[in-house]
Each structure stands twice: as C-alpha cells, then as structure tokens.
Design a protein around this ligand. Structure first.
Ligand code: BG6
Length: 489
C-alpha cells in the first residue's frame, strides 16, 4: 500500500506539475498499486471537489495525452485531507486518516510506504517536518517506510540550509530525505551520465588536456511576472545557480562513480563541488557579471531601485587533477532571446596547423561538443571539414543527433521520473545534505559580493536580447566567446 501526501495541495506546483506527472505515470501503468494521493491544505474540501479542480488543470497541462477514461480510473486515487501545518491536531488526524486508508479500519499491520511531499512555501518546511515527527509519521518499521520530499529552495544561504538540515534531521534520517532539484529528473541531464560513462570515446578526452573551457547556460525567455515577491529575495544566483546549474556542472565534471546508486553518485558529486575554488570578494569582482532586464523594476512587487539580478554569469575553477585551470562559465538569464539550456564543451585547438597558410578562409577552431538539454534536445559535434572543390579551404561543420528524430514518444516531464524514484526509494537523483551545503559554500561568497557595495550595479539589458553587453566583453577579456544558439524546435 502506497500513500503520497502532498502538502500545499492547492498550490501551483501541485496542479501544474505533480498531479499531471502522477496522472501520466498512472496512464503508463508505472504507479504502484494500490496508491492514495492525498492532498493536504487548509481549505476544507470534499474529495470530489478536489478531483474536479484537478481534472481541469490536468486536462490543461497534459494536453493531448489526456484521456477521460484514464482519468476516471485515476481519480479515485485522489483523496483530500484538510489541515493546517501549524496545528499539531491536523497531523494527528492525518495519521488516523492514513491508518484508516491503509488498514481500512482493521487492526493488524499492513506493509505501507508513505511519502510526504512538501510543496508549500519554504517557510513551512521545518515546521512540517517537526509536526510529522511529533505525530509519529516519520518513524519507520519493518512494515512501514516513511520518506519526505522537499522542494527547492533549500535554504537561502549556507547558514539557513544547515539550520534546516539540522531541524529535519531531528525527525528524519538522511536516508529518508529527498531534496528535489527538478533538473535532475530531466532526461537530457541524465543523458550526460550516459554519454560520459556508457561510451568509451569521450572519457579519455574529458579532461584538462583536451578541454579548453566549459560553458553551461540556462537561458529563459520568460519574465518574472507574478513571482516577483519571491524573486526579489532570491535573484538569479539563488534561483538558478545554487541548484540547477551546479547540479548540471557536477554531472559534467564528476569522476566516474563505480555504480549507479545513490551513495556512489552523490559521493562523486560532493567531491567535485567541494573541489570548486571558493571566491574571495576580489575574485568575484573579476569572475562574475550581472544584469537586469530593462523593465524588471516595473513588475508588480519589484522595488523601483531593485538591484536584483535577472541575469548572471560566473567563471569557476575546479581544483583537481582533471580540471585544474579549465575555466567553467555558468550563465543564466530571464527575458532572453530564447529558452535554451545547453552545455558546451570547447576543446583545445590543434597544436599545429599545416593549413594556416594554404587557402583556408578561417582560422582553425577547436572542436566543440554541444549538449542541448532543452528545448530541441540533442547533441552536436562541431568539427572542421574541407570545402569540396577548393584547394584546401576548410570550415566548421556539424554532426547532429536529435532525440525527437531518434526516439518516438513525448519527452516525459522531470517530475515523473523524480516522483517515481521517491516512491520507490531511489535517492540517486536527489540532493544530499552535504551536497546542498557544498553548493551554498560556492554561491554564498558570490552573493555576498553582489549584495555588498563594490560590485557594479546590474547592467540593464533589453528583453529578447542575449543579455548585458558587459557579459560579452567580460568573457572576451578571457579570450573566449559565448556560444549562442537559439534552438530550432
Ligand atoms: C525553477 C526556477 O526552479 O526553474 C524558475 O525557480 C525557472 O525561475 C525554472 O524558470 C526553470 O525550469 P525549466 O524546467 O523550465 O527549465
């Protein structure tokens, strides 16, 4: 018997992501049975009312994958339990409700797997974990597993993350805690591991001897809109770098784990994150730029003199044998020309060119491996070719691989994978406490410099552009260029 309790049942994430993902898992017959999906939120509501609300949103967010008949079979799994996270009685009654569902009012032990999903505002994470513990809902036994899934953001800096870890650890063992970063559920992010560790041709060149620099970009065309109150306190570093970009970076740069299991993978991720050189204030001034899209301050809820960055770029170094002195550029922006999340591996140029004084029209380029994570998921290899019917003119060409052309079916949403893994107790794609803290150790000093008096104000950039002009000059000062590509979907 499986039970998944969603705290924050009336929130956006629940209707936009969680329930559609659960519906899709059910449709694909991947959800274990029997399962109860229980919404927990303050507004009293009958099961039927909650189901009706979710019917509308699920139809909207699953698009042409929606099927009335499948929904009719799925809807009975949805139950609703009204409660207040601040109120201990709500948790006592939740415990009774779960017992009732699992045992049907009968005494005697049934094997049960309970998953508590915190999809609330972050200020409730600590209190929810505490209340679950007080109500006995965090204790495991031979017949019962209990896990807690925690949405991002996990803390707002190192200190708050440590504090939150400490509070949650009072009630839950680390093995019961699943910190979500939805980027880790993306197929293309997982494919980074497959590309690196299921192929023999890449690993020998995946190091400082062959790689000149790495660029990881997560650009979005959307603006902040209704999220301004949250975004004003977060900014691009906390919102995108501490979690998503550093998670991608750790997949790209970690050492090969011996096995695909939670401990082996997370040990390697932590090791590489801990090898990233923390930046002093002076280094941050040299190694980062920030920007703000021009009309950001007109968004409702944004201060007229807001210094919050909607664009950021940083240059990092990993102090280990594999990556010593290889610059790693991370960049993310809102209000950009297009949505594009990509990893660019720029290889070194050939050490010597016998073509340079021939009739070649271009200087030699280093090879480039481009992993387009989204949209237009695919991989490109850039290499030099001879232009036919010329003496020895050469120019860059591409080899293309596109998931859509090679595989049928829709790319699943990342929440499908992550929810299923959490239900089955596989934590490989969730962040461990030391990992989250290591990431904050990298971001904290940068954020501190950005918030201090010495950093230049964020430069305005036009929405629909490629970001602040200063960011181009900045990377050029290191002899590099951004690789910008608006993918064709
Ligand atoms: C979220 C951030 O974690 O990720 C958002 O809070 C961002 O600001 C979103 O837009 C991007 O996710 P995706 O899956 O659309 O790339």
């Amino acid at each position: 018997m499986y039970s998944l309790v969603i705290f924050g049942a009336s929130g956006d994430l629940t209707s936009r992501k969680l329930i559609p993902a659960l519906y899709n898992l059910f449709r694909k017959k991947r959800l274990p049975q029997p399962i109860h999906l229980i919404g927990f939120s303050r507004t009293p509501m009958k099961d039927e009312v909650w189901r009706k609300k979710l019917l509308e949103t699920t139809r909207q967010f699953t698009g042409n994958l929606f099927c009335e008949q499948t929904w009719s079979a799925f809807a009975p799994c949805l139950r609703y339990h009204a409660g207040d996270i601040g109120n201990a009685d709500s948790f006592t009654s939740l415990a009774a409700f779960l017992n009732q569902l699992e045992n049907g009012g009968q005494s005697g032990a049934t094997t049960s797997h309970r998953l508590f999903y915190l999809s609330t505002s972050p200020q409730f994470y600590a209190v929810a974990a505490e209340q679950l513990g007080v109500a006995g809902l965090s204790s495991e036994s031979a017949e019962r597993s209990c896990r807690i899934v925690i949405e991002k953001p996990f803390g707002t800096d190192l200190e708050s993350a440590q504090k939150l870890n400490e509070i949650i650890h009072r009630r839950f063992d680390e093995s019961q805690i699943y910190r979500i970063d939805h980027y880790l559920g993306k197929e293309t992010v997982n494919n980074v591991l497959v590309l690196r560790f299921a192929n023999a041709i890449f690993e020998p060149i995946w190091n400082r001897n062959y790689i000149q620099n790495i660029q990881i970009t997560a650009n979005e065309d959307i603006l902040i809109g209704r999220r301004a109150p949250y975004y004003e306190t977060a900014g691009i570093l906390r919102d995108m770098f501490q979690n998503h970009l550093l998670q991608i970076l750790s997949f790209v740069t970690m050492e090969p784990p011996a096995r695909f299991d939670a401990k082996a993978i997370r040990d390697e991720k932590v090791k590489v994150l801990q090898s990233i050189r923390p930046m002093t204030e002076e280094e941050t001034l040299q190694n980062s730029v920030r920007g703000q899209y021009r009309n950001y301050r007109d968004e409702s809820g944004v201060a007229k003199d807001s210094q919050t960055a909607t664009y950021g770029a940083i240059r990092l170094f990993i102090d280990n044998w594999r990556w010593k002195d290889v610059p790693i550029f991370l960049r993310s922006g809102k209000g950009m020309a297009c949505r594009s999340t990509q990893i660019v591996i720029n290889f070194r140029q050939p050490p010597h060119s016998m073509f340079s004084d021939k009739a070649s029209n271009l200087p030699l380029h280093g090879n480039r491996l481009l992993l387009q994570l989204q949209p237009a998921e695919g991989i490109q290899v850039h290499f030099m070719t001879k232009i036919p019917d010329t003496e020895m003119k050469i120019r860059p060409s591409e080899l293309n691989f596109n998931f859509k052309n090679s595989f049928s079916g829709e790319m699943p949403d990342s929440y499908e994978r992550l929810l299923l893994d959490a239900i089955h107790g596989d934590a490989s794609l969730f962040a461990r406490s030391d990992e989250v803290e290591a990431a904050w150790r990298i971001i904290d000093p940068i954020q501190k410099t950005w918030d201090g008096g010495r950093m230049q104000d964020p430069e305005f950039y036009e929405t629909g552009s490629t970001g602040p002009v200063q960011a181009d000059r900045w990377i050029e000062s290191f002899g590099q260029h951004w690789f910008d590509l608006c993918p064709i979907v």
